[in-house]
Design a protein around this ligand. Structure first.
Ligand SMILES: [Zn+2]
Length: 195
């Protein structure tokens, strides 16, 4: 478990400013907690981190498990779906998101922030992708999950000086229509970012 502003999770974090501001990162499970697999191909560098985009996992069935082992297996399932060749999978180099927030509120590291994600087509540069596990057109985030998401976003905002207007959801950025992140999570995001 990584519980401070660790360079392996938050690359390029300006340590002096963070120390002065007393920023506390949420505890974050490293990528190795759900997969031993490396990316399957080279990925584009992220560049400066300037925005955050929030997603749900959005599978047709609700996701309700809060067990850590079941969640690890679910994240590995998502990674395989993203990396398997088309048409079964997406054919991407790695899991598309940088972080996941599970039903118990745990935060998991996924794709490293050194590289652009694959979560909003044509808008991945400078953009942190966070997936909240569940289908929020069918279910609501748990209280712990909403808190985990808020803590992670607050931490990212502090570290990378991200402005409130740059906290977005998939549907707000996408060129193609999508319901992501679902109505219930959309309402939570509106509440915590204030617009
Ligand atoms: Zn999405």
């Amino acid at each position: 478990m990584i519980s401070s502003i660790d360079e392996s999770v938050f690359p390029g974090a300006p340590h002096a400013r963070i120390a002065g501001a007393g920023i506390q990162a949420p505890a974050i499970l490293p990528r190795s907690a759900f997969t031993q697999a490396a990316p399957t191909a080279a990925m584009m560098p992220m560049g400066a981190i300037e925005r955050v985009t929030i997603h749900h996992s959005g599978f047709p069935q609700a996701w309700t498990a809060d067990d850590q082992q079941l969640t690890a297996e679910h994240l590995e399932f998502i990674r395989r779906f993203h990396t398997d060749a088309q048409p079964q999978g997406r054919g991407w180099a790695d899991i598309g998101y940088h972080f996941a927030v599970d039903r118990a509120g745990r935060v998991w590291q996924a794709r490293t922030l050194l590289h652009q994600g694959a979560h909003v087509r044509n808008h991945n540069q400078h953009n942190v992708g966070i997936v909240v596990l569940g289908n929020f057109d069918m279910q609501s985030p748990t209280h712990s999950q909403a808190r985990g998401l808020t803590d992670l976003v607050t931490c990212l905002r502090c570290i990378y000086a991200i402005v409130p207007m740059a906290i977005r959801t998939h549907r707000e950025l996408a060129d193609e229509p999508t319901s992501c992140p679902g109505e219930a999570l959309m309402a939570q995001v509106r509440a915590f970012r204030g617009f």
